[in-house]
Design a binder for this molecule. Structure first.
Ligand code: 1HN
Length: 346
């Protein structure tokens, strides 16, 4: 907040022309009292509303021209063309049609895709082909070449999330177009990671860094893990799993965190209030989430957001199976900032 403190106009002008600003008029704006005062406004994007608009883009915009055919989920708290859904996360819904190719490129922000609809889509990341099935999470980490294709029938869609707003804030966001033969695998690094998952390690002299040993997290495996956890966890425990680097146990990407959760039908889950804002994506089921008292009635394919320290209550419909939500947030970044907080108010 800007406060005026009775400075003379002449003094103000002297400060401005010297490139100086009085801190005392801006301190409470820079450091709001008690809790962060962000711009993010909780919002709900229904897939059934987005889908027909995206299909129109498919008719009107050739993929070669668009590079990526995406409708951005623009945070209403930041105006109509915001390139972000929360303070730290960009989100958009992408469409690729049969036979199309979204050309190879790479960029400094990291991205992940969550498949919504279709069969036969794939992403090639650093030469590794990842088939895309509904609910799969596919990573395209910072600096890795990637392109998308579709060899099936009908529209193929997914949610894109990127840590783009963070890269924009630190003036580190840029992209590069493909060079011939750039999207190739480091076969030795991939082999080592495959062997490590079998409990086998190669000699140190052969070892190659592979900070992203897992690029595809198939939904069917995550779903089975959640159902197993629901069977074995004590009553009332949160049924959730984090997507991690299997070699280190750290978050799978450096800035964005991914957690899949199972919501048992009809039971309300009131998680801790967390410092990072979040994007929630519905993989299966239907239900309702209140975000700071605002109700969102969701079903599969929908996406909704929650600002920093939002008060949340999730509930899958009592009739029907469990709800499955994916939470994408900035937890890894908040931890690296030495700041991550979660708390519960009565
Ligand atoms: C991007 O590279 C993709 O590779 C999707 O599919 C969305 C949004 C902003 C910047 C780069 C993609 C993107 C993006």
């Amino acid at each position: 907040m800007h406060e005026t403190t009775g400075l003379s106009a002449a003094y103000r002008e002297q400060l401005a022309s010297a490139g100086l600003t009085p801190l005392w008029e801006h301190l409470s704006g820079a450091l709001p009292h008690g809790r962060p005062a962000g711009l993010t406004r909780a919002n709900h994007w229904r897939y059934r509303d987005i889908r027909p608009l995206l299909l129109q883009a498919g008719e009107q915009v050739p993929v070669e021209k668009a590079e990526r055919r995406v409708l951005v989920l623009s945070d209403p708290g930041r105006g109509p063309t915001a390139m972000q859904a929360t303070g730290g996360i960009y989100a958009g819904i992408q469409l690729i049609l049969p036979g199309e190719t979204a050309p190879t490129h790479r960029h400094s922000p990291s991205a992940a895709r969550v498949v919504i609809e279709g069969n036969g889509g794939f992403t090639v990341v650093n030469g590794q082909r990842c088939e895309m099935e509904r609910g799969d999470v596919i990573l395209t980490p910072s600096g890795q070449w990637h392109d998308h294709g579709h060899h099936g029938a009908g529209p193929f869609t997914w949610l894109d999330v990127l840590d783009l707003p963070v890269f924009t804030a630190v003036e580190a966001s840029y992209a590069e177009a493909a060079t011939p033969g750039c999207n190739v695998e480091d076969a030795l690094a991939s082999l080592q990671s495959r062997l490590l998952r079998d409990g086998l390690s190669v000699p140190a002299a052969l070892r190659r860094p592979n900070p992203y040993p897992m690029l595809r997290f198939p939904w069917q495996r995550t779903r089975a893990a959640l159902l197993d956890l629901a069977r074995h966890a004590p009553a009332g425990a949160p049924i959730e799993v984090a997507y991690v680097n299997p070699e280190t146990g750290e978050s799978c990407l450096p800035i964005m965190g991914f957690t899949a959760m199972l919501l048992p039908a009809g039971r309300t889950l009131s998680p801790m209030q967390r410092s990072p804002g979040a994007v929630f994506h519905v993989i299966e089921g239907s239900g309702e989430t209140t975000v700071d008292g605002k109700p969102f009635s969701w079903s599969a394919g929908d996406t909704f957001t929650a600002p920093a320290f939002a008060d949340l209550a999730h509930r899958a419909e009592i009739h029907g199976g469990p709800g499955f939500l994916l939470r994408i947030d900035d937890e890894p970044l908040h931890r690296k900032l030495g700041f991550f907080q979660e708390r519960k108010f009565a």
